[in-house]
Design a protein around this ligand. Structure first.
Ligand code: HEC
Ligand code: HEC
Ligand code: HEC
Length: 327
């Protein structure tokens, strides 16, 4: 018995010394050129597949994946965030990308065997030690669905074309803040100083958004002020009187014991504390209010407190109220 124990201890020590030598003396060849030892690729890939399947979220909170605005937004994000590795559908990947281990599959191949919820998990979490990045913002599984919607449109062979990769400056911003509505906010109703402040908040992750962090990181910071001015220079006039009909109007004007009056900060006129909401996209407003309420957004203390007690029904009511007024 003591003999057996001694053998186990000696073998364990030898194993540790061996592993230490591989790490310490660089005996394991990390070259991408030699690839993995036989069987290792299979083990890694099978581990990844089963890991993604086990952890994929359920579809209960997924938006309608055939919404054209959602697909267009996902396509525009894909163009700068993913196409560099997986290429546009039908295009070939660069020679350098094809020399990666593991190789990023062409996108038509990458989406082939996955369900939408599994794609969501992969895009939100990335794949360790493979080059496949995680979503660059925390707690924003909501916006990952836009990319899933685009990938599903590829599976169904009805994907829209990607926006051109030559766009720069305001034309780049307008590839989303132009024709796409729904989850993409209007900027022409906002003030330049607010737009500039938000770009900075996105860049340094004070306001977490993977989509806007990517966009803000692609333009030089010294151009933020110019972009903000140009995107708002035809600032649309807002309503001059506050509409007073309906339950939404009442909640926005008077609030309740737990909910402050939104119009105290988001009313008409120029001395507003918060940004203009009248005329904004309703789907966008509802999504933002949920982020404030659920504590994903914390970058403004007053706004965080204002949203803390909103119910889902309040959120729908208020989003429809603000969206319906204005131009
Ligand atoms: C820097 C390169 C790179 C970028 C950028 C990148 N990926 Fe990947 N992706 C990879 C690699 C490498 C793999 C293969 C991982 C593996 O097989 O273990 C992968 C795997 C995947 C898979 C799983 C495919 C499969 O079955 O193996 C999907 C889906 C995917 N990527 C989608 C995306 C999307 C969507 C984006 C943009 C949000 C993106 N990727 C950005 C490198 C990248
Ligand atoms: C790939 C699509 C896409 C591109 C490109 C894009 N945006 Fe956005 N933008 C969005 C989305 C989606 C949101 C909402 C993000 C969130 O949840 O906070 C947003 C939000 C914003 C906001 C916040 C508006 C508000 O009401 O608070 C500003 C400001 C903004 N974008 C400016 C820009 C500028 C400037 C550019 C060009 C450098 C740009 N965006 C490029 C999709 C895009
Ligand atoms: C005490 C002032 C105040 C009150 C009350 C208030 N807000 Fe806000 N709200 C703000 C400020 C300030 C911001 C901008 C924060 C930032 O990003 O810098 C904001 C941002 C928002 C946004 C994001 C807008 C965008 O374009 O992205 C929405 C939506 C919003 N508020 C809705 C509401 C609603 C609905 C109510 C009433 C339940 C409300 N707010 C009450 C101050 C307030």
């Amino acid at each position: 018995m003591r003999q057996a124990l001694r053998i186990v201890v000696v073998l364990t020590l030898l194993g540790l010394v061996g592993a230490g030598a591989v790490v310490g003396f660089g005996l394991y060849n990390v070259s991408a050129r030699v690839g993995h030892w036989p069987g290792v690729s299979w083990v890694l890939h099978t581990t990844f597949r089963n890991s993604a399947r086990l952890r994929a979220p359920d579809m209960e909170n997924a938006p309608a994946l055939d919404d054209p605005d959602l697909i267009a937004l996902g396509a525009a994000h894909y163009a700068t965030a993913c196409a560099g590795c997986h290429a546009a559908p039908g295009d070939s990947r660069s020679a350098t990308v094809r020399a990666m281990v593991p190789q990023p599959p062409a996108i038509t191949e990458a989406v082939a065997d996955w369900e939408p919820n599994e794609l969501h998990w992969i895009i939100e979490n990335g794949i360790k030690m493979s080059g496949m990045p995680a979503w660059p913002a925390e707690g924003r599984g909501d916006e990952v669905w836009s990319v899933v919607a685009y990938l599903v449109s590829i599976q169904q062979d009805r994907a829209p074309d990607l926006p051109s990769s030559d766009l720069a400056g305001v034309d780049y911003c307008r590839s989303c803040h132009g024709d796409i509505g729904g989850p993409v906010p209007r900027l022409d109703i906002l003030s330049p100083s607010y737009v500039e402040a938000q770009l900075e908040a996105y860049l340094n992750a004070r306001r977490p958004s993977g989509i806007m962090a990517q966009a803000a990181s692609l333009v030089p910071q010294d151009q933020y002020a110019t972009l903000a001015r140009r995107l708002t220079e035809r600032e649309m006039p807002g309503p001059t009187v506050v509409p007073e009909q309906g339950a939404g109007a009442e909640l926005a004007r008077q609030g309740t014991r737990d909910i402050p009056a939104c119009l105290a900060c988001h009313g008409v006129g120029d001395n507003r504390k918060g940004p203009r909401l009248f005329g904004q996209e309703p789907m966008y407003l509802a999504a933002q209010l949920r982020l404030w309420r659920d504590g994903t957004y914390t970058h403004d203390r007053l706004m965080r407190a204002a949203a803390a007690d909103l119910t889902d029904a309040d959120i729908d009511l208020l989003s429809d109220y603000f969206a319906a007024v204005g131009n």
